[in-house]
Design a protein around this ligand. Sequence first.
Ligand code: CMX
Length: 134
Amino acid sequence: MKIDHIGIAVKNLDRAVENYRKITASEPVYSEYVVSQKVNVVFFETESGKIELLSSEDEDSAIYKFLEKRGEGIHHMAFMVKDIYESMADYKYKGYKLLSEKPLIGAANKWVAFIHPKDCNGVLIELCEKIIKE
Ligand code: CMX
């Protein structure tokens, strides 16, 4: 497996983007509103994986709830997998709690699925697979 990105929940996306411009000494590479997650995201690229800044003002979204309860910080770690259905079935078989029955359309043209943080030592894990492979 390869780490695709680390997700960081932020309250003010514009200010966080300015900050991560300085931290990574680079420009953001991609931004999007992810409908399935009700979240605005901005990606920065590093040599060994991306950084995803996430923010939401929608009270029903996971990110809004996370920010209310826990404040800003690392929200999830995402692994790129070859076949998301196979991967989900494998984790399910091993007893991990998947947060959806099927993959959802996530940011940057990827299928995504999540494993409950309680099963991963307090870290929400995202599995992702490119919908259209390059
Ligand atoms: N990382 C670690 N722990 C987390 C967490 C996270 N991201 N989100 C919630 N938790 C903790 C809660 O603080 C809570 O801890 P305590 O029991 O100690 O208080 C615990 O997990 C309970 O969770 P829950 O009651 O089952 O559910 P929540 O309503 O808090 O929802 C979660 C948590 C992970 C099930 C929900 O956020 C979810 O379904 N996430 C998947 C989708 C998602 O996160 N999308 C965001 C956008 C992703 C993207 O586009 O990249």
